[in-house]
Design a protein around this ligand. Sequence first.
Ligand code: ICS
Length: 520
Amino acid sequence: VTEKELQEILDQYPSKVQKNRTKHIFIKDGAESAQVIEANTRTIPGIITNRGCAYAGCKGVVLGPLKDMVHITHGPIGCGYYSWSTRRNKAKSDDPTQNFLNYCVSTDMQESDIVFGGEKKLAKVIDEVVDIFHPNCITVSATCPVGLIGDDISAVARAAESRHGVPVLAFSCEGYKGVSQSAGHHIANNILMERVIGAGEAEKAAGKYPINILGEYNIGGDSWEVERVLKEIGYTVVSVMTGDGSYEELKNAHTAELNLVQCHRSINYIADMLETKYGTPWLKVNFIGIQGMCESLRNMALYFGDEALIAKTEEVIAREVARIEPLIEQYKKICDGKTAFCFVGGSRGHHYQGLFAEIGIETVLAGYEFAHRDDYEGRQVIPTIKTDADTKNIPELHVSADEQRFRLKVSPEKMEELKQKIPLSDYAGMAVTMKDGSIIVDDLNHFETEEFIKLLKPDIFASGIKDKYVIQKMGIPAKQLHSYDYSGPYAGFNGAVNFARDVSMGFASPSWNYIVPPWQ
Ligand code: ICS
């Protein structure tokens, strides 16, 4: 794509909108030293965005997968209903009485509650939840009207907690608290750190190489496939945050020797706070794609530096790769030479590019709904990011070293040495790894979706439910990379095969021949 072609698309906007959107789009040019993008700012009212709200990021994304907690949505029924099981974060429990993932619990606020206040109703719902479910923990997530009428959910939660002796956590994650779900991630991270992580008694993990997996939500079973491999190599998974996760696991997460971070966008706050509070470093991993998986496993082994662990890692990698390569090869024949758009929320827009490349598909346009500049440009830009009024809405939690439990897991000298080899406390931005000439778009909207499709005619478009059917009506197979279209897992070795199979099915389906795309 040339700058001129991009300008022609932008020229169709009214001038004020054009000025705004220009800052959210660029064509990758490695010769330019730093390509800055605007991100994590308000969507222009009236534009059809794919973004969600702060409540979605808090209750839906970070809290929702925690299975032994009952998550109460305080608000009108729509918010609870539309976040009911749609994300496909799976869970199974050894204790079937402590898995509430299939339920949708809401206060179902009515007009009279909006007028007279919803606190009494919320207290009553918490009582009912304790009575019926006896969960290990309860969360209350506020929706927009709750904040507008001023219900004090923290006071209601505190009172219920002393009534019942069960932790009741209140999240002021009203939808409008931020410009997207990203605000909700941060709000959830803060309270999990404050109230759950470290609340357990354990001082030592029960096994070798104890790790936490952060930012892995077990969509379509991703975490299970990753854990299968990690456990075989010999790791002890203390907790997963938060896929198939639980209050019971999370409260002892301080016992890990290393924190892995899959989706940094949603959970880098906890990763940083764990390092400050307990002295546990975090390692950026990407379990999507064969190369990503192998590299992550090797980096983990390097961190622990144990010869036997390194050898076992290589043994498992060799076996798994040999097993799946012929399967991938067969799908690659169908996919080779094709192009993709990859537009997902806050980290998958980047994470899936490697897997696409492995089956011969080049990502020519990519972006995030709600990521921040560091997700595009790399973590080093964080100090230069301007904090605007919207960001200041979200409280910053300041933690300090835990007097009893802080222990540097790695000496400062060793840490410096390791940082030269593996991504500890660091991640590269999406733009850094993309080819020159590819387009990077923040908060892609409906109009731009159609324009870029006409311009680039991608063979496949990876995104979500909101635009899937519009894209398909344009004759392009659309692959949902949020819910995986009811398929998965896509992470790890077996996940790569599933993904290659599903994408190939998209191309092999004759249905596209019945649709006339708009450019023909
Ligand atoms: Fe992270 Mo949909 Fe994750 Fe990411 Fe996040 Fe969401 Fe999903 Fe998407 C998510 S936590 S729900 S990897 S599992 S909010 S697919 S940033 S938008 S790309």
